[in-house]
Design a protein around this ligand. Structure first.
Ligand code: 5GP
Length: 211
């Protein structure tokens, strides 16, 4: 039975390791397609156009908003970030599970538009560990790190809107856990309406044949 893909939204504090988790998830399991966002922020060393992000200027981003070319978008630490619509819709139609790695305002907009989306929130085991990982990354200034910790405080008040928490302590265990959650979500009755309908029809036919 061909089913539509699941839209999986992954958020988490900056520094919680979402990027690495997503990369490994796509490498290790077959059915995931990772959406590439559009942003107005500058590339970090090593980031590639069209792989890490589509890097655009503010004018181009706003043009895309105007053309309804984004599923959602948000402003984060002074820059725009958004999810390009056509690619995501194509993948879902083709039955692939699409992962959006986006922040909380965007996640909530996705939930509004796609009530069946699965929302996961990635955390570190402790707040100290989050600070340590942000500092260890070595790519951002002290001010930027402080801004991200401040943002983490704000985001922490939105966690309850998500479907599941994932604690990224051991990377492999975290991946297994995410995959189990997504597998379980595939079995929700709301995602298997056709299967249920078909089963009902068949049951009724069996009964008719018996009488
Ligand atoms: P970074 O600058 O560290 O790559 O990303 C900053 C934040 O923006 C992260 O929390 C990331 O998940 C989020 N983000 C990345 N792409 C999108 C997007 O398309 N939409 C939204 N709403 N947030 C995004």
């Amino acid at each position: 039975m061909q089913r539509k893909g699941i839209l999986i939204v992954v958020s988490g504090f900056s520094g919680a390791g979402k990027g690495t988790l997503m990369k490994k998830l796509v490498e290790r399991y077959d059915n995931y397609a990772l959406s590439v966002s559009m942003t107005t922020r500058s590339p970090r060393p090593g980031e590639k156009e069209g792989v890490s992000y589509f890097f655009v200027d503010k004018e181009e981003f706003e043009r895309c908003i105007g053309q309804d070319g984004l599923i959602e978008y948000a402003s984060y630490c002074g820059n725009y970030y958004g999810t390009p619509r056509p690619w995501v819709e194509q993948q879902l139609e083709a039955g692939r599970d699409v992962v959006l790695e986006i922040e909380i305002q965007g996640a909530l907009k996705v939930k509004e538009k796609f009530p069946d989306a699965l929302l996961l929130f990635v955390m570190t085991p402790t707040a100290q560990e989050l600070k340590r990982r942000l500092e260890g990354r070595g790519t951002e200034s002290h001010e930027v790190i402080l801004g991200r910790l401040q943002r983490a405080v704000e985001e922490s008040y939105g966690i309850e809107a998500y479907d599941y928490l994932v604690v990224n302590d051991d990377l492999d265990e975290c991946l297994r856990q995410m995959n189990r959650i997504i597998d379980a979500a595939r079995m929700r009755p709301s995602r298997n309406r056709e299967f249920i309908e078909q089963f009902r029809t068949e049951l009724n036919e069996i009964l008719k044949g018996e009488n």
